[in-house]
Design a protein around this ligand. Structure first.
Ligand code: DMJ
Length: 465
């Protein structure tokens, strides 16, 4: 499939081979300059975090300070970065993280945390640490964290409340969007598999089904729901931000665990999405917004998170739509050398010009490159990486852009930059890493798990489907 790589990419990228033995014994080979450069940039960014922000949630890349999401740190950068550092073979760094998490962290914190965000970043990261090390203490910590999230799902509908207090288990926040309601199948499924306790997966599936059961007659879901009544509070339908990982997890959790009901749900949605949300413009395919009951177009604004969809379409085998949808995102990227928080494709205008170093455009390019072998997508990631360096690089790390048109930087660095953006670039350029879409499934936060690590028959029992 990727034989074309050796023919089509310039010779420049094929030199400089370096081999390393990773902790789990797998060979990590950095076969070209670009993979090596991404690896170096990851280490440079990580070292800045360690030096200036260790023990805090985020590095501030301009002032070299730090900031936390809440009154106390949840150590989100440390836990979220682990799987990428492991993938790249940084043994000293990953050992340090393992020791720190085991020796120094307790989640018995009196904090109201966002259930969705800490699930994908903290629980997903902890599960990856256990998966890589098989250290039981790390599984106990993941289970402890998962147990602290469970009370969020004790609502009349099974939908999770927006916040949960990690110490008291007190939930709060009655309104939730579809992504926040239905993106737990992967992490909770893995937790059920590793602990052999179906409760986690069953809880996640009940929340997902609570969304699915409220789809309209034409098969679309809205955006926001009331957790207690189950009523839609926003009935505008979309496939991107606010709903994205709900669709993503129906497909990916089916791929990893084999629960056939998830695939049935995915199939019930994807047809209506393609029918009612798309606008075609030659070689470009846009996914807009429609009324969930009538399917009538309501808006043509999109957000940079929506760019996960070409990757999901490619993964599920719909290459024609995946390619055209990525063409649309590539066109948006090329206007400013980055994508804005929101953009109107009909008016061709930037709405909110902020850029958070998000992975989605590059992630989908990786999926398309890997699954088609077409070097167009490899070259897109070469270009995106160049643009990130030109516009977002700082003396110590990378920074968000306040405005993609002026390139004014903001003193922020999201944890998904290492967890996802740099990982997908590295996977694109490194042809011989043992981790790929052939063998692994990636969570929405890009934490990777081998399909071979899950025995489908055992999954049926341990997850209870
Ligand atoms: C990530 O935290 C996850 O991918 C999430 O599902 C939505 N997108 C952000 C990064 O943009």
């Amino acid at each position: 499939m990727r034989i074309t790589f050796f023919i089509l990419v310039p010779f420049l990228f094929l030199c400089c081979t370096e081999s390393q033995k990773s902790k789990n014994g797998a060979n990590v080979v950095h076969e070209n300059l670009l993979a090596e450069e991404v690896r170096n940039e990851t280490l440079r960014t990580w070292k800045a975090y360690v030096q200036c922000a260790w023990g805090h949630d985020n590095l501030k890349p301009l002032t070299k300070g730090y900031e936390d999401w809440y009154d106390e740190s949840l150590n989100i950068s440390i836990i979220d970065a682990y799987s990428t550092l492991h993938l790249m073979g940084f043994e000293e760094e990953t050992h340090r993280i393992e020791r720190y998490v085991i020796d120094s962290l307790s989640f018995d914190q009196d904090l109201d945390v966002k259930v969705f965000e800490v699930n994908i970043r903290v629980l997903g990261g902890l599960l990856n640490m256990y998966y890589q090390t098989q250290n039981d203490t790390l599984l106990q910590m993941a289970q402890d964290f998962g147990d602290r999230l469970l009370p969020a799902f004790e609502s009349p509908t099974g939908l999770p409340y927006f916040h949960i207090n990690l110490k008291t288990g007190q939930p709060s926040g009655n309104t939730i969007n579809v992504a926040e309601a239905g993106s737990y199948l992967m992490e909770f499924g893995l937790l059920s598999y590793f602990t052999e306790n179906p409760e986690y997966y069953q809880t996640a599936k009940r929340a997902t089904k609570a969304v699915f059961d409220r789809r309209s007659e034409i098969g679309l879901v809205g955006r926001d729901l009331n957790v207690e009544t189950g009523e839609w509070t926003i009935i505008e339908s979309m496939a991107g931000a606010y709903v994205d990982s709900y669709f993503e997890y129906l497909y990916k959790a089916w791929l990893l665990f084999g629960d056939p009901e998830l695939k049935t749900m995915y199939d019930a949605h994807i047809g209506p999405i393609n029918r009612y949300l798309t606008d075609s413009d030659g070689d470009l395919l846009w996914y807009g917004k429609s009324d969930m009951e009538t399917g009538k177009r309501t808006a043509t604004d999109i957000t940079l998170w929506d760019a996960y969809l070409p990757g999901l379409l490619a993964l599920s085998g719909d290459m024609p739509r995946a390619k055209k949808a990525h063409n649309a995102w590539d066109a948006v990227w090329n206007k400013n050398g980055a994508v804005s928080f929101s953009y109107d494709y009909q008016k061709d205008s930037v709405l909110n010009p902020y850029f958070q170093l998000n992975p989605e455009v590059l992630e989908s390019a990786y999926y398309l490159w890997h699954l088609t072998g077409d070097s167009t997508y490899y070259q897109r990631n070469v270009k995106y990486f160049e643009d990130l360096k030109t516009h977002c690089q700082t003396p110590v790390a990378y920074a968000h852009l306040n405005d993609i048109t002026t390139k004014e930087k903001d003193d922020k660095l999201a944890t998904f930059f290492i967890a996802e953006t740099l990982k997908y670039l590295y996977l694109t350029f490194s042809d011989t890493t043992s981790v790929s879409l052939d063998s692994h499934v990636f969570t929405t936060e890009a934490h990777h798990f081998a399909k071979a690590a899950i025995d489908k028959e055992k999954a049926e029992v341990r997850l209870g489907f």
